[in-house]
Design a protein around this ligand. Structure first.
Ligand code: HEC
Ligand code: HEC
Length: 344
């Protein structure tokens, strides 16, 4: 007699295949639908004022209306068919398909656009048009004024877990040309509405691993995988990894819980930003960043010393013991696929 389980197998396989196909169709649809910004972006609390609660839904009107005019980056149709236009398109392609278009510098399979949605256009997703006009700028991260090229080098080293291109490398030239074009005639030196990621008010209750794991299972695992490993369709990455060897490393901005909470609150689950409460966003950001990821490339002597030097903040769990594991002590090497055999 055939056992029930073996009879079910082809059916299960078909259902699984359908599910996966559905996920891909869904994600393409979500990406294509396009955002109705600037109305979808929640107003950002002004710097240095007591934080206000972000509305449950980003579109909800609030008392603290941001009066700054919304900036709209130019549309692709307005791009001239010139050498300049060609470089802009190259920059956009690098931004969208970083490991394919800049393989010598990308150590993981994320794209710039994995964290800067809509090809770096979406407000509250650290859009490139708003960043462009702020550089050169002082950064506490390295204690000096950074040119835009230097800022982008940091993105490759930490977020892409890779190698920084030289300042005059065609990859950096193209990315900066793309950003220059997106910024159009925006005023320089002032933060535009939608710049950066939203700063959430502190969580009502201390962020919690267990609650975060529940939010994760319910809202994130379907795309990013049960173990945060992301999902591939053949050789093609469909959903990026959130932790583990293929993710951003311990030096990246997204490993800071406050950055991750702000990003997740307005952008995740993809296409349903604003779904999570602030508490849920903090909890799931904590949970995500309480897992091992590639080593901080600035690693010095020991985990404890590296924490003291670069991670001495509540926003970083590097060097903290969680569930009996000291985070950072079993980190895969920094540099990801570029490090293999490169002796870094
Ligand atoms: C894993 C997510 C992630 C990836 C991938 C990523 N970034 Fe970022 N990026 C961030 C975060 C988080 C910040 C802000 C936090 C910080 O570091 O201060 C940021 C900040 C920036 C800024 C400054 C924004 C501002 O308003 O000041 C620029 C410019 C930037 N990224 C460009 C890039 C480029 C170009 C790439 C691809 C080479 C890239 N990023 C890849 C997460 C990411
Ligand atoms: C419908 C599928 C889907 C769901 C559900 C989803 N994400 Fe994502 N997520 C994506 C995709 C796709 C990207 C990359 C964005 C892009 O390429 O447009 C992404 C990007 C990210 C990133 C930045 C890139 C990286 O790999 O570090 C983080 C962090 C993230 N998601 C966290 C979450 C969290 C937390 C949840 C649950 C609250 C969640 N996501 C739910 C599809 C999803």
């Amino acid at each position: 007699m055939i056992s029930p389980s073996s009879r079910l197998r082809p059916l299960q396989a078909a259902v699984l295949a359908l599910f996966f196909l559905g996920a891909i169709v869904l994600i393409t649809a979500i990406r294509r639908a396009g955002p109705a910004y600037p109305t979808t972006s929640p107003p950002r609390p002004a710097a240095d004022t007591p934080a206000v609660r972000t509305p449950a839904l980003p579109a909800a009107p609030t008392a603290r209306t941001d009066t700054r005019a919304a900036f709209a980056p130019p549309t692709a149709a307005s791009l001239p068919d010139t050498a300049f236009g060609k470089t802009v398109r190259q920059g956009e392609q690098i931004f969208l398909h970083t490991p394919q278009k800049a393989p010598q510098f990308a150590g993981n399979n994320l794209n710039c656009a994995s964290c800067h949605l809509d090809a770096g256009r979406r407000p509250d997703s650290a859009p490139m048009w708003a960043a462009y006009v702020l550089y050169p700028a002082y950064r506490a991260k390295n204690g000096h004024v950074n040119t835009l090229a230097e800022r982008l080098q940091g993105c490759f080293r930490f977020s892409m877990n890779g190698k920084p291109p030289a300042a005059d490398d065609p990859v950096l030239i193209a990315l900066q040309t793309y950003m220059f074009w997106l910024a159009g005639n925006a005023p320089t030196g002032v933060p535009l509405k939608g710049q950066g990621y939203p700063k959430l008010p502190p969580p009502p209750r201390k962020a919690d691993y267990l609650r975060g794991s529940q939010v994760y299972a319910q809202n994130c695992a379907v795309c990013h995988g049960e173990h945060g490993q992301g999902q591939k369709n053949g050789a093609h990455w469909v959903f990026p990894a959130l932790w583990g060897p293929d993710s951003f490393n311990w030096g990246a901005g997204m490993h800071q819980i406050k950055n991750a909470a702000g990003f997740i609150k307005v952008n995740m689950p993809l296409g349903r930003g604003g779904l999570l409460s602030d508490q849920e966003a903090w909890d799931v950001a904590y949970f995500m960043n309480a897992h091992e990821r590639p080593q901080d490339p600035r690693y010095t002597e020991s985990v404890a010393r590296t924490r003291a030097k670069y991670h001495d903040s509540e926003d970083s769990l590097y060097g903290i013991e969680i569930n009996g594991h000291l985070l950072g002590s079993a980190a895969p090497p920094s540099g990801g696929k570029l490090a293999q055999g490169a002796g870094r």
